[in-house]
Design a binder for this molecule. Structure first.
Ligand code: AHR
Length: 621
């Protein structure tokens, strides 16, 4: 491998090169990164008609002691369902309540992680025909053991109208599979609504599970594409994600059933929280919105205006339509003031929007796209607009700044796609490889083989970073209790997590964003199984420039690699401390797991002899 390390040889890699794609799939958000412990907190998941299914809530006590039903008496207009508990037993009289009382419990998303010494904020709304005496507690999954509890009392006048109750519970013990109970031994009728339990140690108090947030921060993502994926489209338009329903006070959000990945979300992780997540990660938000097209139905271009959300903008006469980007409105505008009331008076730095997801071949895509394009471009000329249509091998038939490129394939094909952009036109819109992964039997639930093939592909993208400006793997997260898609980068349950080999591969590239690509040429007969790239970048921590060579050996045999550096000034180069980092394992099918989270991870060692000529053994695979 010959690397030209002279100052003049390099070409800049876009600042945005490596990022993440967050989709609400596999319970990535609800029951994942979003730390809310209660599932179906407003009892809305069963739909707006009563009686409704309150799953996963369950009733404590049999019909001799308690009647439970849903009705439409909620305080909140957009989510009318509330839970009515008619308690028939008491502490005295002829119907004594069973030990522990009666009421309801919520097991969360396959068990709540309650940890000794940690604090949890429980909030709920209550109303009653009389006084209340409720025990709010975290218990084991069978209702036994008191991990933390608080007694909530109120006179009849206190709770005759809907009343918000807040309490902080501190756990006395740990249980990763706990549940939240609300119980009573007092006869009467009680209504409950909007029950939330949030750990108090979320990242900056912003609601993100700290351990999972840390996994994202380690990737140093320069952008975050959200919230889907198919989640944005919906199987049917009526079930697509709607940002307006996902902002404002959490109690007032209706939640919705995502009919592609087939689960309910309370939309605690809404449009605002996604923007907050981007800001917390130091990543540029990329908002993917529905363009009037779902998997099964689509809005005709002549009727797509309600989706474009245009407003007549009288001041700027020359711009007849004002495309409303609520992330950027100033704090006095309608949506800007809502954003301010949620704790963010400054506009979010939204610079990218993607019009739809995987909709290029749909009948109305081009027409609908153009409506959005002209509205956005005229109101916000600086916003970069991303098309769903692949322009890597032929020009687009519509204007765009970037275009989506998605690739799910087997390992051999993925590796061979390292050259996918070699012949792409150097003019026109830039590529956003917004979803890629090896899938199928090569990948299992996250194999070394998949990761190696992806690494080869990424090296090809890095070498083509004059036309490939953004890259993100998909999907990002999977809760092991709801694997809708395999493989995924980060695997978790209520309290454990690990990165798949594909996650670790992405970390090899985390310095590439904004770095300089060096000319590197490989002289080898193994071009079908060996790829390499070289970058240089300034480390902000020590102010030094570093060179990183990345090599993928997708072959059963090891390779003796001879690297020569041209153009290095021997007076300014420090060779000691150079390192080699290797990701491999004894078998291509090896995966990480909760019991062996670091079976396949990069291992770093010092390079023994480094000079302008370096010999390195690159092991098989
Ligand atoms: O990443 C999983 C899915 O794959 C995404 O929702 C969709 O865009 C693609 O088909």
């Amino acid at each position: 491998l010959t690397v030209d390390a002279s100052d003049s040889s390099g070409s800049p890699i876009p600042d945005t090169l490596l990022g993440i794609f967050f989709e609400e799939i596999n319970h990535a958000g609800a029951g994942g990164l979003w730390a809310e412990l209660v599932s179906n907190r407003g009892f809305e998941a069963g739909g707006p008609n009563t009686p409704s299914n309150i799953d996963p809530w369950a009733i404590i006590g049999n019909v001799s002691y308690i009647n439970v039903e849903t009705d439409r008496t909620s305080l909140f207009d957009r989510n009318k369902i509330a839970l009515r508990l008619e308690v028939l037993c008491d502490t005295t009289g002829d119907n004594i309540c069973p030990t522990g009382g009666v009421g309801v419990y919520n097991p969360g998303f396959w068990g709540m992680n309650i940890e000794q010494g940690k604090k949890y904020k429980v909030v709920f709304y209550v109303r009653s025909t009389g006084s209340i005496n409720l025990l709010v507690s975290f218990t084991g999954s069978n209702g036994l053991g008191n991990l933390a509890s608080a007694e909530i009392t109120g006179s009849a006048s206190d709770v005759s109208n809907w009343t918000k109750v807040e309490t902080i519970l501190e756990a006395k013990a740990t249980d990763h599979n706990a549940r939240l109970q609300l119980t009573t031994t007092t006869k009467g009728v009680i209504w409950l609504d909007q029950v939330s339990a949030m750990p108090q140690d979320t990242y900056k108090g912003h609601g993100f599970r700290s351990d999972l947030f840390g996994m994202l921060a380690n990737m140093k993502p320069r952008f975050i594409r959200f919230p889907g994926g198919c989640f944005v489209e919906g199987e049917w338009l009526r079930n697509a994600f709607r940002w307006k329903e996902s902002v404002g006070p959490w109690e007032e959000r209706p939640g919705h059933f995502g009919d592609v990945w087939m689960y309910w979300t309370d939309d605690g992780l809404g449009y605002f929280e996604f923007l907050q997540l981007a800001e917390d990660l130091g990543a540029a938000p990329i908002w993917v919105f529905n363009n009037g097209i779902s998997h099964q139905d689509q809005v005709d271009t002549t009727a797509v205006l309600p989706f474009v959300q245009v407003y007549y903008f009288t001041v700027l006469f020359s711009f007849p339509y004002y495309f409303f980007l609520p992330a950027r409105g100033d704090a006095t505008s309608k949506w800007g003031s809502l954003r301010a009331s949620m704790g963010h008076p400054e506009p979010f730095d939204l610079k990218y929007v993607a019009v739809g997801n995987e909709d290029c071949n749909k009948k109305n895509y081009r027409g609908n796209y153009l409506k959005f394009y002209s509205a956005i471009r005229s109101a916000y000329p600086d916003i970069q607009i991303i098309s769903n249509c692949d322009a890597s091998s032929q020009p687009l038939n519509h204007p765009a700044d970037l275009y989506d490129y998605h690739l799910y394939t087997n390992a051999k094909d993925m590796f061979s796609r390292a050259t996918a952009f070699d012949r792409t036109s150097r003019s026109g819109p830039k590529a956003f490889v917004s979803e890629y992964a090896v899938t199928g039997s090569d990948a299992g639930t996250g194999s070394l083989k998949a990761a190696l093939a992806e690494a080869g592909f990424l090296i090809g993208l890095e070498r083509n970073s004059d036309v490939v400006h953004m890259i993100s793997y998909a999907p990002l997260f999977v809760n092991t209790n709801d694997r809708r898609w395999n493989p995924d980068a980060i695997v978790f349950n209520s309290y454990q997590f690990y990165g798949t080999p594909s996650y670790w591969v992405q970390l090899f590239f985390s310095e590439s964003s904004g770095a300089t690509l060096l000319k590197a040429s490989l002289q080898s007969t193994l071009s079908n199984s060996l790829v390499a790239s070289a970058i240089t970048w300034k480390n902000p921590v020590d102010g030094n420039n570093y060179i990183r060579i990345k090599v993928v050996n997708f072959n059963v045999n090891g390779v003796d690699l001879h690297i020569s550096f041209n153009g290095l000034d021997p007076n300014t180069v420090q060779l000691s401390g150079s390192t080699k980092t290797v990701l491999t394992s004894s078998s291509l099918t090896d995966e990480n797991s909760f019991s062996q989270p670091k079976k396949v991870v990069p291992i770093q060692s010092l390079l023994q002899s480094v000079g302008r000529e370096v010999n390195v053994v690159v092991p098989p695979y």
